[in-house]
Design a protein around this ligand. Structure first.
Ligand SMILES: NC(=O)c1ccc[n+]([C@@H]2O[C@H](COP(=O)([O-])OP(=O)(O)OC[C@H]3O[C@@H](n4cnc5c(N)ncnc54)[C@H](OP(=O)(O)O)[C@@H]3O)[C@@H](O)[C@H]2O)c1
Length: 277
């Protein structure tokens, strides 16, 4: 049994990882700004923007799950001090990064990966593709209105279910087999947003369509919904890789790490149908 710290514990992946680690018999410290309580885990307050919260969060910890809250852009400012503190204490670290950044030397996530690998050679990098869970998360308002308008063109993505990311995180945290390695995490099949909308329509029992739009309209739509323009532009930039076919890659890493195949998008839709109706 280890003492494992999960940052972003109440977020998309963290809220699945914490109960999975508890069920696996680990001692878990679940950290976020609001210190959401989880049965069987210790809730801790941690704020990337408040360095005084870092030491107490790491005290007595053997292994760390490190991720960036999605609505922030300070990737290096937030993650590098945590990596330095983890390295100083010899804490094994598993970083949730982003698919494809190994091909982008200037990408802040790539900079963080490299710094972590230098400081902590046993660290594990998980690079997930677009989450299926965005359909009931980030894109939920669009799904509710029946029109998913994105600058994705006809590009396909091998959407990954966050439950599979959490399962890979659990494997990386509780075993030494994956130490020092990086894994691209994808679903088993690449689908474009038109095909995803058709699956959504089936699960929801109502018509949901995909509309291809350009970056400017996407950023304007997000701004109208209260998303800051710089965050909107960052998201728009990510869709260039979708249009270029770079998110269509399918990997077998989920099966290699967990011993069972990644869930399909259809399975994700069926399991979350209640959120789409
Ligand atoms: N969504 C995708 O399709 C996708 C695809 C590939 C990679 N990724 C990457 O995955 C990461 C996001 O993962 P996720 O969606 O699981 O996270 P998330 O849901 O955005 O995480 C939110 C969590 O972070 C906490 N948090 C927010 N601000 C914080 C702060 N200042 N200090 C400490 N904790 C804070 C939140 O709780 P409190 O509010 O209580 O603090 C919550 O626990 C990002 O790096 C993103 O680039 C996402």
């Amino acid at each position: 049994m280890q003492n494992i710290l999960v940052l972003g514990a109440s977020g998309t992946v963290g809220s699945l990882l914490v109960p999975a680690l508890v069920a696996a018999g680990q001692r878990v410290r679940a950290a976020s700004r609001h210190a959401r309580p989880f049965a069987g885990a210790e809730a801790a307050r941690f704020d990337f923007a408040d360095p005084a919260t870092l030491g107490p969060a790491l005290d007595g910890i053997d292994s760390l799950y490190l991720l960036m809250p999605a609505d922030n852009l300070q990737v290096e400012q937030y993650l590098l001090p945590v990596i330095a503190a983890a390295a100083a204490r010899g804490v094994k670290t598993v970083l949730q990064s982003v698919m494809g950044v190994e091909h982008e030397p200037q990408n802040p996530y790539r900079q963080v990966e490299l710094a972590m690998q230098r400081a902590l050679p046993s660290a594990v990098v998980l690079r997930p593709n677009w989450f299926a869970d965005n359909f009931h998360g980030m894109w939920a308002p669009a799904v509710a209105q029946g029109v998913i308008a994105l600058p994705a063109g006809t590009g396909a993505s091998s959407f990954i279910d966050a439950r599979d990311i959490a399962a890979c995180a659990l494997a990386a945290l509780t075993s030494t087999r994956f130490n020092g390695q990086a894994f691209t995490l994808t679903g088993p099949q690449a689908l474009d947003y038109g095909a995803a909308a058709a699956l959504l329509s089936q699960a929801a029992g109502r018509r949901i369509v995909y509309q291809a739009i350009d970056d400017a309209r996407f950023v304007a739509n997000l701004q109208a919904a209260g998303v800051p323009a710089d965050h909107g532009r960052m998201l728009a930039g990510l869709f260039a890789a979708v249009r270029a076919g770079q998110t269509a890659q399918v990997s077998d890493a989920v099966e290699r790490m967990t011993g069972r195949p990644a869930r399909t998008l259809a399975q994700y839709m069926a399991d979350h149908a209640g959120a789409f109706r």
